[in-house]
Design a protein around this ligand. Sequence first.
Ligand code: A2R
Length: 307
Amino acid sequence: MPAPMHEVVIKGCEERFDLVKLWLADDEDALLAERGPEVLGVATGGQRKLDGALMDRLPKLQIIANFGVGYDSVDVTAATERGIVVTNTPGVLDNEVADTAMALLLMSVRELNRAERYLRAGRWPAEGAYPLTASTVEGRKLGVLGLGRIGETIAQRAELFGMTVGYHNRSQKDVPYRYYPTLLEMAADVDTLMIVVPGGAATHHLVDAEVLRALGPDGVVVNVGRGTVVDEQALIAALRDGTIRSAGLDVFEDEPRVPQELIDLENTVLFPHVGSASKPTRRRMGELVVANLETWFETGSARTPVN
Ligand code: A2R
C-alpha cells in the first residue's frame, strides 16, 4: 500500500495478507528494494501515481486494486504490458455521486448557495427577500457527457426533476435518450452540461471555450467526472464574461488547489471532491477493493477488472 487508505482496506488487507505500508518507511527506496520483489498485489487510493517505473520495482506484481471508479492515477497501459490486472470500484458509488451531481445542478440553477450566504450574512431582514433567480430547473435540457453507470443514474434523477435528457458518448447506447454524435452538437442544443466522463488523455480539455460558447448564456456546467476534462481557464473566462450562467464543480484540474478566480466568482458552486464521500459509500468502495484482491488470489480472476 503506497499511501494510507480507508480503514476497511487496511484492516481487510492486514487480516488476509502481509501488508507493506510504504508510506511509513523512513527510506522508501530501501523498503522497495527489500520488500518490492515479494509484492504480489497493490492497493491504492490514487494519491500516488502508479507508473511503469514503480511497477518495475515490484517484479512479481499481479494486481493493482484501485479505490474509486476513476483510475487515471494508474498507468493501465503499463500494467497491461506487464500482465498486471487493474481493478476499480464501479457501481457501489453511483447513487452517491448522482446525488452530489443533482445538488450541484440545483444549487447552480437556483443560486441556493448564494441565497444561503445571503441569510447567513444577515441580509434577509436588512435588505428583504433574496432576488428571484433568472432560471429554473424544470424544463431544462440536460446533456450528459459520459452516460455510463453514474451518468445514467443522474439521467434518471433529472427526468424526475422535469428535465429532458440527451447524451454524448463515443458510442450510442440502447437508452431512451437522444444521442449526439459530437459534444459540440450536444452543447449547442442543450442548456445544462453534466460531465461524468473519466479523466486521462482521451478526455483532456474536451470541454473548451468553443463548447462553452455553444452552451450559451443560460448554460450551466456541472462536473463530477474529472477536472482535467474541462479547460479551467476557459471556464473561468466564460463564467466571468457571461458566456454561460454558472458552474457546479466537484472536481478540479489540480486538486486540492482550486483557482482563486473560481472561488471569487459568485456564479460557481464548489465542492472539495466529495462526490462519493459518505461513510456508507466509502465503506462499500473499500470492501470492493479487498474483495478484488481476495478473489484474485483465491480464484485467479478479479471482481471488477478494467483491463
Ligand atoms: O465513450 P463510451 O461509449 O465508452 O462511453 C463512456 C463515456 N466516455 C466518453 N464519452 C465521450 N468521449 C470520451 N472520450 C469518453 N470516454 C468515456 O463515459 C461511458 O458511457 C462513460 C463512463 O461510464 P462508466 O465507464 O460506466 O464510468 P462511471 O462508473 O459512470 O464513472 C465515470 C467517471 C469515473 O471515471 C470518474 O472519473 C468519475 O466518474 O467518478
